[in-house]
Write a protein that binds this ligand. Sequence first.
Ligand code: HEM
Length: 405
Amino acid sequence: MIDSVFDQNYLRDPHQVYAHLRQRSPVARTATSQAVKVWLITRFEDVRAAMTDPRISKAFADHPEVFKANELEGGDSRGAAAVAPDNMLFSDPPDHARLRRIVVKAFTAGRIRALRPRIEQISASLLDALPPDEFDLLKDYAVPLPAMVIGVLLGVPEPDWPRMIRLSSTTIEGSARDPKAVLAAAEETLAYLTDLCAAKRADPADDLISAMVHVHDEDGRISDVELVSTSWLLLVAGHETTVHLIGNGMRALLGHPDQLARLRAAAGLLPDAIEEFLRYDGPISTATFRYTTEPVTIGGVDIPAGQLILVSLLSANRDAGQYDDPDRFDITRKPAQHVAFGHGIHYCLGAPLARVEGEIAFRQLLERFPALELAVPADRLAWREGMLMHGLTALPVRTRPATDG
Ligand code: HEM
């Protein structure tokens, strides 16, 4: 019998569970909430070592038996990777480099720069539509903003955005409790994107999918299936993550009025503050599954071949071996080496866009609401279920005008 550390205690306070593991069992044998056996790695240096070890693979497409072999009774290890495995996130070299290159060529710094005014406009229109006194900063702002930005980036027609938001949320959210819903959503998204890629080929526009189709036609080294799977990855990887950068960062600020005041007084601190939001409560708890292709030793623990590995980014970012007083939230800390965007060859491809979105979101929120505060006691805020994402279920806030009393 292997207990899961992803239990009610984890849901209440993941940091406490991770602090305990880092101290007592930094490479722990445990199970996911879906009864799949894993090795959970929680210390900063071990996490980085596992993420760069060539004997630890992410390519599951040809090895579904690795998942099966690690299921406990009644366990269900199927995830979205089962439906859309043909992209960089679920590949090893040399396929990984081939699949990543096509996006790198199309997702240029110029494309991100050009998106900036659109993001500012979308953010401002969401803020304009908010109720005047109280709202859920997640549902009413942090969820739609990145979804709409991904819609613009990929070239998804605006009438399809609500459907896209629903599918992407189910793919990620459902992974906590309902594997069937995840598969159904991933399949529907793939079918939708297959049609969209065909439409972009027939009638290219100024968007990322059209640019990828162009590179694909020139390069000819990535298949149509891989192209669709890559578009799917961009859609799901770029949405929920950015939602929780905004939500978790805002929760940290509202819970630390001294830090909020410092940021309001010196807007130039914002880029550093965003890195601290990512370190202190990053959007991803454990990175996506990996597995050992050979026996490895991590943090002094021998792990046989064919085992599933989870690395905790949330935990690594609070490792006292890496940061002074890691549980202190300090927007001037400059945490250059956090792993919120991952590490090694799978380092987040969308990090520059996520940073731009974060910068615009926080700047506009703080400017628009000079006296924003939590509308519920902080201990009423709840973390969502699941071990992939680390984000809140809701973030109710009140907007008291600064002139109020
Ligand atoms: C704050 C927001 C974000 C965070 C915290 C984040 C985090 C991550 C992490 C941790 C990984 C590596 C996962 C692993 O190794 O298992 C990753 C990969 C990836 N991310 Fe992000 N991400 C964010 C936003 C975005 C955005 C906006 C996009 C695109 C529009 C994006 C696209 C990708 C892609 C394509 C990969 C796969 C890279 C590869 O396998 O080579 N991400 N991200």
